[in-house]
Design a protein around this ligand. Structure first.
Ligand SMILES: Nc1ncnc2c1ncn2[C@@H]1O[C@H](COP(=O)(O)OP(=O)(O)OP(=O)(O)O)[C@@H](O)[C@H]1O
Ligand SMILES: [Mg+2]
Length: 222
């Protein structure tokens, strides 16, 4: 039987010490044999929760809740390039497999996220029944990346939509600045803070990428 989880019961703070904040988007490009250039930031985006470096407590908790079909609404926050988007995309892959794109509505800062989008696009998606075959989970997922860029009106409207469709839809809000998300939304979500990755995890990941690209990894400690 499904168990109710109070959003306020759980807030995991990731305690890794800050090393650096590196958004790293579209910086280094690998050129695979098919000639298509894929930014490494996408090529090496973690595909599964097991691939996410660091944040073990957070990832294990989300993994367990996903496996048990008890996923609450989520609010993932923290500095850029710490794995928030990758984590939630890995959750979606785990929940929906090949039906991934039918079962999630993904909105980010390049989309308009004013009140009209909440009223129309999100509500339309949340209110329709999904009939995707081969999907283990019955709930759909609305992924609101860069939620701190949403207008206040839109956030207040979203609060109602979350309440209304909580039975068949989970909402995952992602942001850098949690204080820009209204308390009414925060309190409806289970919050996870993604701290900057520590030196060990950054080095390990770098080594993995360099070796996967066919280079030899040397570490010089000055
Ligand atoms: N914890 C991590 N483990 C492995 N790779 C990571 C991790 N965090 C970041 N990366 C790498 O950095 C890229 C960007 O990560 P991601 O988009 O998940 O960050 P984010 O926290 O959502 O950042 P932003 O706040 O800028 O949206 C990923 O594609 C991946 O290559
Ligand atoms: Mg992100």
């Amino acid at each position: 039987m499904a168990e109710l989880i109070s959003p306020m019961d759980m807030e995991i703070e990731d305690s890794d010490q800050p090393l650096k904040q590196n958004k790293g988007k579209n910086v280094v490009v690998g050129v695979p044999s098919d000639g298509k250039a894929t930014p490494w930031v996408e090529k090496y985006r973690p595909q599964s929760l097991a691939d996410v470096a660091a944040h073990r407590d957070i990832v294990d908790t989300i993994d367990r809740l996903t496996s048990e079909n008890k996923l609450p609404h989520l609010l993932l926050y923290g500095p850029p390039g710490t794995g928030k988007t990758s984590t939630i995309l890995a959750v979606a892959r785990k929940l929906y497999g090949a039906q991934f794109h039918n079962m999630i509505l993904e909105l980010n800062a390049s989309d308009d996220r004013g009140i009209d989008v909440v009223r129309k696009q999100i509500q339309d998606f949340a209110s329709t029944q999904s009939f995707s075959f081969g999907v283990k989970a019955s709930v759909k997922l609305v992924l609101l990346d860069e939620a701190d860029a949403m207008t206040k009106d839109a956030q207040f409207a979203l609060r109602r939509v979350i309440e209304k469709y909580t039975k068949n839809t989970r909402f995952a809000l992602i942001c850098n600045h949690v204080n820009k998300v209204i308390p009414a939304l925060q309190s409806r979500c289970t919050r996870f803070r993604f701290a900057p990755l520590d030196a060990t995890h950054v080095t390990e990941r770098l080594k993995y990428v360099i070796e996967a690209e066919g280079y030899v990894f040397y570490l010089f400690l000055l």
